[in-house]
Design a protein around this ligand. Structure first.
Ligand code: AMP
Ligand code: MG
Length: 351
């Protein structure tokens, strides 16, 4: 998954600034702090644990993230996803992490009318978002790749007696976990830290954050939400307990074509083009990081009104939506939790 140097540097800076924004907001009493930066999944990640078990916790967290990275890279011939995409319709044995991502993604696929579709990978690749060779496809290319959408035909089998799973994808179809891998990685990193005995910690995977317990002084974490209009800054802060805060945004990866039109990396499976609605970012607050990551992408594609209807129908998460005309719409569970820090936005809460 190679990216252009310029893009990589700007994403590194964005991740650093995002973390810098987070740090002063989550200052942490007297507990011993252990911190590690790693680069995986094309993302700068910062892992932080408090207390005596910190070093063991971070080593365990790093190990699970590194192994997921190797398992999920669709361009790496030794990865499980590569095996699925090249099995020509044969079943491939997969680990529980992949099964969990697939079943969560399938639920969100069904409930969102296909707004999240992991089989969109051929189109993501065609637009150049995998190798950084950006390109605006022709209508013919878009309809050819749309013909490869097949997430509804993917079969996930579970074998409870052996605790194993298998996946069958129609020949020609290709999936990737770009929309969900970081949420699952933060889930697994937090679980690994907890198993190692850590009771307070936080991981930031690019702009995505997941927490373990509370801050060492027993108070909530304050997570900064990046400002899409100025990625060096943040537009507000959300106060949370143990949860994931996961953001999808058009500012996170995009390119401008020779005519001056900017295209971003979240594709609407209904059109084959980058989704085009009033949203510039969506942050999901949900205890399950895998679900939060599926939802952030799906709600971004659905747009403001359909996303709110989804939340009203299914619930189980809170949401911060930012629009291109500088509105911030939060779901009502955030009334006491979200604090605006950039007054150029107007804030409202939705029922
Ligand atoms: P996220 O940042 O979690 O919203 O994920 C965006 C990434 O998921 C993109 O960079 C693509 O690799 C992939 N992707 C883009 N559009 C979709 C979609 N509609 N459904 C599933 N994956 C997508
Ligand atoms: Mg996502």
């Amino acid at each position: 998954m190679k990216k252009s140097r310029k893009q990589l540097i700007s994403r590194l800076i964005a991740a650093l600034l995002c973390f810098a924004a987070l740090l002063p907001l989550s200052g942490c009493g007297e507990a011993k702090k252990t911190q590690k930066e790693i680069f995986a999944m094309d993302t700068l990640m910062t892992l932080t644990a408090y207390g005596k078990k910190g070093e063991a916790g971070l080593a365990a967290a790093e190990a699970v993230i590194t192994s997921m990275d190797k398992m999920l890279d669709p361009e790496l011939p030794t990865s499980t996803v590569y095996a699925i995409n090249n099995a020509q319709g044969a079943a491939v044995v997969v680990p529980g992490q992949i099964a969990k991502m697939l079943s969560t993604a399938r639920t969100v696929y069904d409930q969102s009318g296909g707004a999240l579709d992991l089989s969109i990978y051929p189109l993501v690749k065609r637009w150049g978002f995998i190798d950084g060779k950006y390109y605006v496809p022709t209508d013919e290319e878009i309809s050819a790749d749309m013909g490869l959408l097949c997430f509804d035909k993917l079969v996930l089998n579970s074998f409870p007696s052996s605790g194993s799973y298998s996946v069958t994808l129609p020949a020609g179809g290709q999936i990737s976990f770009g929309a969900v891998a970081k949420g699952c990685a933060s889930d697994n990193a937090i679980a690994a830290m907890r198993q190692a005995g850590v009771t307070s910690g936080i991981v930031t995977l690019g702009g995505n954050v997941q927490t373990l317990g509370l801050k060492p002084d027993g108070s909530n974490w304050n997570v900064a939400i990046q400002d899409p209009n100025n990625t060096a800054s943040f537009l507000g802060v959300v106060s949370v307990g143990e949860t994931a805060v996961i953001t999808s945004g058009s500012y996170q990866r995009n390119f401008t074509d020779l005519r001056g039109k900017t295209w971003h990396h979240i594709i609407n499976p209904a059109t084959g083009y980058p989704s085009s609605n009033s949203l510039v970012s969506v942050s999901i607050i949900c205890e399950d990081g895998t679900l939060a990551d599926c939802l952030s992408t799906a709600m971004f594609v659905l747009g403001e009104n359909k996303a709110l209807n989804y939340w009203r129908t299914y619930g189980g998460f809170e949401m911060i939506m930012v629009t291109s005309d500088n509105r911030i719409i939060c779901t009502k569970g955030l009334i006491e939790k979200f604090t605006l820090s950039n007054q150029s936005y107007t804030l409202s809460f939705s029922e």
